[in-house]
Design a protein around this ligand. Structure first.
Ligand code: NAP
Length: 228
């Protein structure tokens, strides 16, 4: 049985990813910062719940300790939690966006590594964004060229770079970043854009279910590797 943790899995792309991985037979831990929302999502999915706020060290270590006690290892980690931080560009907003989208990846990865290293087929997927890709934001033919998301884009560039650096540090674990596709979730509701979370979750699931000789250190979308 594959043991999987997904952060921010109480709604949106994370919830849809959890749903598909439960159907594939994974033991899925729904990480959510809010107990009520998380427990409700886990019950609806037939998954397990762990309280996990990616901006809170104690919450992150508590979540991984609970998985360690129950499973003794972690096979798949999906860094999905994220915020847009739309509007104001200032220090406090930048700190919040980076704390969630980039520092959160460091917190959760570091707490998860001892458990990932006990797995025979560990895989880490970072739900990043091509909004953090130099290539995409400088390409007038791409949606990212027009997105007014400076802090979000910068934090996702950091998320992708962390993924590449972790891949170099831990060659025995696959670390890949994914652009899931523009998706209609609470995050994008103000823009009124995007396809269903179920469609985008398929891209995340493909990377979360890579075989042992799958790629590592890449940024991918549904068509394969992306430049960034
Ligand atoms: P969403 O529906 O707003 O979901 C975001 C999830 O992250 C929610 O479960 C939210 O929990 C959680 N979260 C936020 N801050 C957290 C924290 N500090 N600790 C733990 N969980 C936290 O948005 P989404 O579109 O599904 O986004 C999922 C991921 O996809 C994000 O990383 C996003 O950047 C990425 N992405 C989305 C798109 C798109 O078009 N939607 C495109 C590219 C990449 P609460 O319910 O408690 O707020």
């Amino acid at each position: 049985m594959t043991v999987t943790l997904i952060t921010g899995a109480n709604k949106g792309i994370g919830f849809a990813t959890a749903e598909q991985l439960v159907k594939l037979g994974h033991t899925v831990y729904v990480g959510a910062r809010d107990v009520e929302r998380g427990e409700k999502a886990a019950a609806a999915l037939g998954a397990r719940f762990v309280q996990l706020d990616v901006t809170d060290d104690a919450s992150v270590s508590g979540a991984l300790a609970a998985i360690d006690a129950a499973e003794g290892r972690l096979d798949v980690l999906v860094h999905n939690a994220g915020v847009l931080g739309q509007g104001t560009i200032d220090g406090p907003t930048a700190l919040r966006v980076f704390d969630t989208n980039a520092v959160g990846i460091v917190r959760v990865t570091e707490a998860a590594l001892p458990l990932l290293l006990k797995s025979s087929h560990a895989t880490v997927v970072t739900v990043s964004s091509s909004a953090g890709s130099f290539w995409a934001v400088n390409n007038p033919e791409r949606l990212e060229y027009r997105l007014p998301t400076a802090l979000y884009s910068a934090s996702k560039a950091a998320a992708t770079m962390l993924t590449v650096q972790y891949a170099k540090l831990y060659p025995g674990i696959r670390f890949n970043a994914v652009e899931p596709g523009t998706t209609a979730t609470d995050m994008t509701a103000d823009f009124g854009i995007g396809r269903s979370p179920e469609e985008s979750a398929k891209v995340v699931v493909r990377l979360a279910t890579l075989g042992p000789d799958g790629p590592t250190g890449t940024l991918q979308d549904e068509d394969g590797e992306l430049r960034w």
